[in-house]
Design a protein around this ligand. Structure first.
Ligand code: CTP
Ligand code: CA
Length: 225
């Protein structure tokens, strides 16, 4: 009921966002992935739609219902997610990278189920492209917000990612606390941009999404002046 009264701070804006994990196949029955539930990204998509934005949500494999008014594109692998994002980036003015993207993929996906042998095995991995950094270096670029999942030195690593990936803003979460962040219902964020920062203390992900998008709306308004 509260969202019904949410001010339409993002009316006239179109937001592209990524959510959930990506999944990298090893063979027809196995994969590499991570613990991301997609809850934060879906909460952001719902909040953005409630705040009047047009929303496209590019989602990895998750068990969540698409929020009302949100356009959803399902992908599995990191390369699929990159392609789905870059195909749509020019028609959106805000990008939010909330997905827990697999940093590596298997060098060569086996066509048949890999059989075990009597020896140990090694899996060769190659680096995946960085979707967020690719969007941030695209021309023209949308306002680009990234996330940083850290278990230590949260502020230092987040600031490093903000600068290295040339982002407008980064939202850092400490994933060392199992009550917050990955696959949890609550989260806390340290939001950092070039000229300031704001702490959003632990609360449910839907409330946090509204607060984070409030900061985004404010920064965009300031950039326009
Ligand atoms: N990200 C991305 N594409 C990748 C890796 C990460 O778009 N291949 C995005 C995530 O969606 C997130 C941000 O980059 O918004 C930071 O992700 P994170 O895993 O914290 O940082 P990395 O740059 O991958 O560095 P590391 O995992 O080594 O900390
Ligand atoms: Ca990573």
């Amino acid at each position: 009921a509260m969202q019904f009264f949410a001010p339409k701070l993002l009316a006239g804006h179109s937001i592209l966002l990524t959510a959930g994990p990506t999944r990298e196949a090893i063979d027809p029955v196995r994969y590499i992935s991570n613990q991301s539930s997609g809850k934060m990204g879906f909460a952001l998509a719902k909040a953005a739609a409630d705040m009047g934005a047009e929303v496209t949500l590019v989602s990895g494999p998750v068990n969540l219902t698409t929020p009302v008014g949100v356009k959803r594109v399902d992908v599995i692998s990191t390369q699929d997610m990159l392609e789905a994002v870059m195909r749509r980036v020019d028609s959106h003015d805000i990008f939010i990278g909330c997905a827990a993207v697999a940093d590596y993929r298997v060098t060569e996906i086996a066509n048949e189920k890999i059989k075990k042998s009597s020896t140990d095995m090694q899996l060769a991995l190659v680096r995946n492209p960085d979707i967020l950094a690719t969007v941030a270096s695209h021309n023209p670029r949308p306002f680009t917000l990234g996330f940083a999942a850290e278990t230590q030195d949260v502020e230092r690593y987040a600031k490093d990612k903000l600068v290295r990936k040339k982002l407008d803003m980064i939202a850092a979460n400490d994933v060392s606390n199992p009550e917050l962040g990955f696959n949890a219902d609550n989260n806390a964020l340290k939001v950092i941009w070039a000229k300031g920062q704001e702490d959003l203390p632990a609360t449910d992900k839907q409330t946090l999404a509204i607060q984070l998008l409030g900061i985004v709306a404010e920064r965009i308004a300031i950039l326009k002046d």
